[in-house]
Structures are given as structure tokens and as C-alpha cells.
Ligand binder design. Structure first.
Ligand code: COA
Length: 684
């Protein structure tokens, strides 16, 4: 078994170094090893203080999240910290890198904190639907006051070494471990006293906390972890520490067992699994990635260009006409200026990023780019023309990517003599903001092109998910079927505002009809017209709305009315009448449709389609589809994505519903064989 810690003595110091790959997660065995080593140093008369540190990039990423679902064993982290606090000799930590969650709490259980410049501290528990559970909510306020501690606990945002020093979390920043050990030795030899953080009193008054808590509570939309986080920090002012620590620990376990927390843990691991590709080894050599070209200076093209510039990669944007190019480049500059004005980036940063984007009306200007991303008009002949030209001008080995969301990438690749270098990078709009990128592997795409594209996705701050070529790839294929079911339900008897409310109550920021109004009903209409009979179910009502000029928010009328530029729509009796007309024409007798039926039918359409996608090998695993919905379609992490939700509901139930809908509603409900198989396995 690997050695989870390394221990050494050096003068009066006993040093414990955590070294559990990959991130020093504080699993059971590591907790035990630290506790044991500390006991040894306590007993050794030659040792006057213990030093605790990590290795490589990590002090510790915190509690071992895998243990949350598999049960925990003593010594718990709280036991380990209590032992350090009960000792007779001071414990000094040197935070050498990431100290998150339980790692940060371990440090707060010690007497003094030294930081190396690369230290980063955070309580990311809130992103997992929880609060710190090993003293963080009580000890951080004692060091830096309630309001600042609350911000750290409720945002999960990491703070760097200089901020941590400024806040008063640490004694000092030292340039390296050697310097830290020399300084600690000096202070120990001068008689460093014990100073457990738990014995300090919270500075300031509890009233300040209430003011600081107000915006968090307002934005929380009732999220339990936020409410409990505020309550915990409130207790740090008034409750005896042992009572508060016991409450914090119980609350942590209670929240951990909630479906919200389980869902968020699922997404955490699903996002990491999504990076792994069965037939592309993790050590596949990557192609160089130092410069990029973008073809097309429209909304998508400029958004994608900013993704590269944000990551420090120089990017050249190509457009056919100078005026359109100037317009696109101006939009990029404008976006950076707005970010600067809102304080999101510094003036220097805004200037540097804008400076990385250049433009040209000559396609040959991307001849030396390591990657070119095409974002031109969605038509196969246009794409063919662009790819044939790229084939002629780009250097050998350049990755030729398309941002198509609807076209067959195998066919696009045929326009080149190098289909191995062609791949899809399907960004979601607005491209510089949305996290998801579907990396679409075509039949002939080379493995190193896939590996490089996945690595690039991460480098530009996105969450890349690998999918294969099919109509709509993974996300849109599922989402279109979800929308189609909403259309059918409306023809059967539901109303748009009922459907939307079902989904906003469930946790979506907007219902599907409001989303259509925001995106523009003309967009889907044009796609459906271009496809003609290939659309499996006519979106008759949506088409009628578009044909009467009701494009949604931009025309003030769509599924809803938007009086005087309002962003929230109000129900419109005219739309209700139009819907009733469509039902009558189709010979459908309208009936009351329950909220439960709306929820199940729309969601199970997504889920059944998702299983088909995995069955066909278009996506590698169902978790990847959850990652797609959470990061590309704004679905709440607290629900864990549609596939996770189906598993939580029970796959046997889902399969039974889908089978019944298939019999009662129509062929578009044909159950996926994989769903039936997994439902059977889950029930066995
Ligand atoms: N417990 C268990 N496993 C963990 C973990 C934790 N706290 N933190 C990370 N891991 C695992 C990841 O699942 C991944 O495993 P894999 O290689 O098998 O997929 C591996 O460690 C590396 O993590 P990854 O996120 O890919 O590395 P990174 O360098 O990009 O990021 C962190 C490192 C620490 C920033 C990031 O993993 C993180 O935020 N971890 C969660 C920290 C947290 O929430 N702690 C509080 C727990 S209550």
C-alpha cells in the first residue's frame, strides 16, 4: 500500500507530509495516519511542535467525497481535528497549494497557518449542497469575523495567499517550504505558545452578520445549504463552541443525505468522468495549441474568439467583408469594456484580451493557426466551400473544427483531403459564457485530434463532453424531443403557461415555451421549413405563431405577450384560441392534462432519447448527458440532470411509463433497449 504520509524530524519539529494521490483527499486511512503520527510527536520529548503540510499542488482537497455515499469510519475528520486541538504542543500548517473544504478545516484546527504563494483556500461544500462540517463555520468567523467568513462559505470561491493573509487567516506568506521551516523553528525555539482557533472570540457584532446574510438569502431561492450556512455562522457569535460544532456536524450529515446534495455529488464526478474516453488513452500526445483562427464574425464566431482570448491564445477572426469584420471586432472590444466597467476584469486584462484578437478578410491569414473553428452560415454548401479552402491554406496538422449544430460532420469532412483533422466543436450561445462544448467526433477523426480538443476545451474554461455524429448530436436531439412532447401536450389540452410553470416549479429557470420566446420562434420555424417532412411531429402551433409574426420577446408577442418590452410574458387569450383551433383541426378532443403528466412525459422523452443516444454509442455514458444539460441548458445542478433524476425516480417506473406511452401515444415513444435493460437490472 502507498505511504499516505511521510514523517520526518528536523530540530524541534516533527513534520507530517500528506501524500495521498491524487489530491490528498482526507479518506479514512489518511486521517488515521495523521492522527497516529501526531500522537508519536506528542510523545517524543525531543519534538516541540508538529508541522503539517501536503505535497505537489495539494495541501488537501478536503473530505473524500467518495466516502459520502459509502459510509464513514472512525476516526472522523472531526475526531482528528479534536486530537490536534487537545495536544500539548503547537501544530503549525504550511499550506503549499490547494486547501479546500476539510483540508481548510484541518488547517483551522491547528494553531498557526503559514502560506506558500501558490496556496488557495476555499469551502466548496456549497457547490455540493452542503456547508463545512468539521468546524469551518465556527472557526473561520473567529479568525476573520462573521460577514467575511459567510462570503467564503456561501460562495465557494477560492481565495489566494495574499487575500488570505489580508483577511487575517494566516500568519505570513513565505517563499518556500525551506523558509517556512526555518521561521517556524525560530518561533518554536523562542517558546511558541499554543493558540487553538477554537479558543478565540468572534470579532464584531452579530448585527453585521445579518446585513451580510441578506443578499445571500435573497438569491438562495430557498436552497437549504444557504439557510443552514447562515444559521451556523450566526451560532458562532452566541453558542458555546462544542454545542455549535455538534450542530454543524449533524447538519452536515443531514444535508449530505438530501437529494440535492446527492445530485450535486453526481454532477461533480460526472464532470470528471466525462473527460475520460474509452479508446483515447489519457497520455495521448497532444497537438500544439498556440494560435487559433475563427471563420465568421457573427455572434457565435466572436463569442468563440473570446473564449480563446480569455485563455491567452491569440486568435484571428476571418470575415468576407470588411464592414462585417469591423462590426464583429467592435462587439468583442465592447464586451471586454463592459466586463471591465462592471469590475469583472481589470483594465489591463480587458486590453490584453482584446489585443489578442485580430481580424482579416483573407482566409489565408489562418494558414499558420494550430486550430481553425468555422462558425459560418448553417448550410452544407457553404460549409463545403469553407472547408475546401481551409484544406488548401492550413498548415499540415492543424485541427479543422466546425461549430455546426445541425449538419453532418462526416459530410463536412469530405470537402477536405484530411478528414482525420476534422472535428466538431459545438459551443452553446452565448459562447463566451456557456460552459458546455460538445466535442463531436466524426467517423475519421484522429484520436490525437479528439484528445487535443478535449484538453483545449478545459484550457479555455469549458466543460467538454465527447459525442458522436447524429441529428442534433446529444443535447439538441434530446431537447428537441422534450419540446416536441410539450407541443403535443398543448394540442391535447395543456396551455403554455401551465407547461412552463410545471418546469419552473421543478427547478428550471425558464419553461420551454418561454425559452422559445427568448430564442425567437422564427429560428426553429426556419429550421423546420428547411427540413420539411423530416421533422417527426409538426410543431403546428409554433409554426402558426411564427407565420403571424409572433417571434417571441423581440416582437413583443410569441407564446406570451410582452407588453412594452417586458421580459416576463403574460398569457394571451389569442394564443389560447389559436391552440384550440389547432386541436380542433387535428380532431383532438381537448382534455385536462395534469401537471404530473406534463412532467413525466416531457422528462421521460429526454431520458428515453438519452438512453437511445448511449445505446447507439453517440455518448459514452448517461452521466455525460447530465453534464450536458447542467452546463449547456441551464438545468439546476440540484436535480443532477435528467438521467440522474430518472434513476432517482426509479428506472423501473420510468420504463413502465415509457412502455405505456408507447402503446397509448405513438411510435415516438419506442422504449430504448438500454433503458429496459437497465430498468430490469435495477429492479433485480
Ligand atoms: N474526494 C474524492 N475525490 C476527489 C476529491 C475529493 N474531495 N477531489 C478531487 N477528487 C478526485 C477527482 O474525482 C479526480 O478523480 P479521477 O482522476 O478519478 O477522475 C481526481 O481527484 C482529480 O481531481 P480533478 O478535479 O480532476 O483535478 P483538478 O486538479 O482539476 O482539481 C480540485 C482539483 C481539488 C480543485 C477539484 O478536484 C475539486 O474542487 N475537488 C473538490 C473539493 C471539494 O469539494 N472538497 C470539499 C469536500 S466536502
Amino acid at each position: 500500500m502507498e505511504n499516505l504520509i511521510d514523517t520526518q524530524t528536523r530540530g524541534p519539529l516533527g513534520i507530517i507530509r500528506m501524500q495521498r494521490a491524487p489530491v490528498n483527499a482526507l479518506g479514512h486511512a489518511l486521517r488515521g495516519a495523521i492522527s497516529e503520527a501526531h500522537r508519536g510527536f506528542e510523545a517524543d520529548p525531543a519534538i516541540r511542535a508538529t508541522v503539517l503540510t501536503g505535497n505537489g499542488k495539494f495541501f488537501s482537497a478536503g473530505a473524500d467525497i467518495t466516502e459520502f455515499d459509502t459510509g464513514r469510519k472512525k476516526p472522523y475528520l472531526t475526531d482528528l481535528i479534536a486530537r490536534l486541538e487537545e495536544g500539548t504542543k503547537p501544530v503549525v500548517v504550511i499550506i503549499n497549494g490547494i486547501a479546500y473544504g476539510g483540508g481548510f478545516e484541518l488547517a483551522l484546527g491547528c494553531d498557526y497557518i503559514y502560506l506558500l504563494p501558490q496556496a488557495r483556500l476555499a469551502f466548496p461544500e456549497i457547490n455540493l449542497g452542503n456547508i463545512p462540517g468539521a468546524g469551518g463555520t465556527q472557526k473561520l468567523p473567529r479568525l476573520i469575523g462573521g460577514p467575511k467568513a459567510l462570503d467564503i462559505i456561501l460562495t465557494g470561491t477560492p481565495i489566494d495567499a495574499s487575500r488570505a493573509l489580508e483577511l487575517g487567516i494566516a500568519e505570513t506568506i513565505v517563499s518556500d517550504e525551506e523558509e517556512a521551516l526555518a521561521r517556524i523553528t525560530q518561533t518554536v525555539e523562542a517558546g511558541l505558545p499554543r493558540r487553538p482557533v477554537r479558543d478565540l472570540t468572534v470579532p464584531g457584532s452579530a448585527d453585521e452578520l445579518e446585513t451580510a446574510a441578506e443578499p445571500h438569502l435573497r438569491r438562495s431561492r430557498g436552497a437549504m445549504a444557504v439557510l443552514k450556512g447562515v444559521e451556523a455562522v450566526r451560532m458562532s457569535y452566541s453558542a458555546p463552541i462544542d454545542e455549535a460544532l455538534a450542530w454543524e456536524r449533524d447538519t452536515f450529515h443531514e444535508l449530505n443525505a438530501s437529494s440535492e446534495a446527492r445530485a450535486q455529488r453526481h454532477i461533480f464526478f460526472a464532470e470528471r468522468s466525462a473527460r475520460k474516453i474509452a479508446d483515447v488513452p489519457a497520455d495521448t500526445p497532444l497537438r500544439p495549441m498556440e494560435s487559433a483562427g475563427i471563420i465568421g464574425a457573427g455572434t457565435m464566431g466572436t463569442g468563440i474568439a473570446m473564449c480563446f482570448a480569455n485563455a491567452g491564445i491569440p486568435v484571428r477572426v476571418i470575415e468576407q467583408e470588411q464592414e462585417r469584420l469591423d462590426h464583429g471586432l467592435a462587439r468583442i472590444r465592447q464586451t471586454y469594456e463592459t466586463m471591465r466597467d462592471r469590475g469583472r476584469i481589470s483594465a489591463e486584462e480587458a486590453q490584453a484580451r482584446a489585443g489578442l484578437v485580430t481580424g482579416s478578410v483573407d482566409l489565408a491569414a489562418v494558414a499558420n493557426a494550430d486550430i481553425v473553428v468555422e462558425a459560418v452560415f448553417e448550410a452544407m454548401d457553404v460549409k463545403h466551400e469553407v472547408f475546401a479552402k481551409l484544406d488548401a491554406v492550413c498548415k499540415p496538422g492543424a485541427i479543422l473544427a466546425t461549430n455546426t449544430s445541425t449538419l453532418d460532420i462526416d459530410k463536412i469532412a469530405e470537402a477536405t483531403s484530411r478528414p482525420r483533422d476534422v472535428i466538431g466543436l459545438h459551443f452553446f450561445s452565448p459562447a463566451h459564457i456557456m460552459k458546455l462544448v460538445e466535442v463531436v467526433r466524426a467517423r475519421k477523426t484522429a484520436k490525437d485530434v479528439i484528445a487535443t480538443s478535449m484538453a483545449l476545451g478545459q484550457r479555455i474554461g469549458k466543460i467538454p463532453v465527447l459525442v458522436g455524429v447524429c441529428d442534433g448530436f446529444a443535447g439538441n436531439r434530446m431537447f428537441i424531443n422534450f419540446n416536441r412532447e410539450a407541443q403535443i401536450l398543448i394540442e391535447e389540452g395543456a396551455l403554455p403557461w401551465q407547461v412552463d410553470k410545471v418546469f419552473t416549479d421543478w427547478g428550471l429557470a425558464m419553461g420551454p415555451l418561454s425559452v422559445m420566446d427568448l430564442a425567437g420562434l422564427d429560428v426553429g420555424y426556419r429550421i423546420r421549413q428547411a427540413r420539411g417532412s423530416q421533422t417527426p411531429y409538426p410543431f403546428t402551433t409554433a409554426d402558426r405563431l411564427a407565420e403571424s409574426g409572433r417571434y417571441g420577446q423581440k416582437t413583443g408577442r410569441g407564446w406570451y405577450l410582452y407588453p412594452e418590452g417586458a421580459r416576463r410574458g403574460v398569457p394571451d387569450p389569442e394564443v389560447e384560441k389559436l391552440i384550440e383551433d389547432v386541436s380542433r383541426e387535428k380532431g383532438i378532443r381537448r382534455r385536462p392534462v395534469t401537471d404530473e403528466e406534463i412532467l413525466r412525459r416531457c422528462l421521460w422523452q429526454l431520458v428515453n432519447t438519452g438512453y437511445q443516444i448511449v445505446e447507439e454509442g453517440i455518448a459514452q455514458r448517461t452521466g455525460d448527458l447530465d453534464v450536458i444539460f447542467v452546463n449547456g441548458y441551464g438545468w439546476p445542478r440540484t436535480r443532477g440532470g435528467p438521467m440522474f433524476y430518472a434513476r432517482e425516480t426509479g428506472l423501473a417506473q420510468v420504463a413502465a411509463d415509457v412502455t405505456r406511452f408507447h402503446e397509448e401515444i405513438g411510435p415516438h415513444w419506442k422504449p430504448s433497449a438500454l433503458l429496459l435493460e437497465e430498468a430490469k437490472a435495477a429492479g433485480a
